[in-house]
Design a protein. Sequence first.
Length: 257
Amino acid sequence: MSGDFDDEGNEDDDDEYGEDNEELSASKVRQILTPYERAAWIPVCNLGDGPVDCSKFSGIPYLNAKDSWPLCDVCKNPMQLILQLDLKEASKQSKSDCGEGLLQLFYCHHASKNARKNSFLRLLEPGDKPQKIEKSPVPNAYPAKRITGWTLIENDYPHSSELFQFEDDIECDIQDLADFVDRTEEFRPKRGDKLRGWHAWPQGADIHSCDTCGTDLELLMQIDSKSNLPLEFGSDGTALIAQCPVHKDQLRFDWSN
Ligand SMILES: [Zn+2]
Ligand SMILES: [Zn+2]
């Protein structure tokens, strides 16, 4: 994480900077960050697979009649279904437009940091006749967990590295604010699996833009190490599915640690 570069303990500096150098407090930071709060939703899960078209972690994915189970480019094995998310349900839950269809993320756990090679993310339009698959072909498949509900987090805050984009609108020293946020758990983006909110970047933000319109992608779903699935992205990393706020089918999977 970024260090604290404040020259603390040197009281003479306070005079030099005058009133602008007013010390930050939790209540002041809460007030400063209010415009940037986002709601997020934590999935509530039941152990066991559900219907083939439901939202779930692991388990049997919805596959249209002519689909085949995606294989890993690296080891050629069938990949784990990490997440299947009904975007209509996600839209309803988050009261935001997440698009429609079934989002599916497949992933094969390798040490490789190139998430493109051992993952497959797609948006599927379910047809009328899904394949009937009794047993997962994935070696050592993770236990299936059906998403049965969502718990609201009312105020998720941006990672300190994302605050700099709001520098012109924030009336305090942005580096002081970032340092305060970094050392105060309340103001850090929540870890764990969640829908929407702000991504808990392990280092700094690495935001990609939409291939179609160039708009910055936003967090659709965060998938964390050792949360609903017993997998780890690098060493305690976090993964995300990002989405264009305009083009809901422009989706991107990445992880970092
Ligand atoms: Zn593989
Ligand atoms: Zn776009």
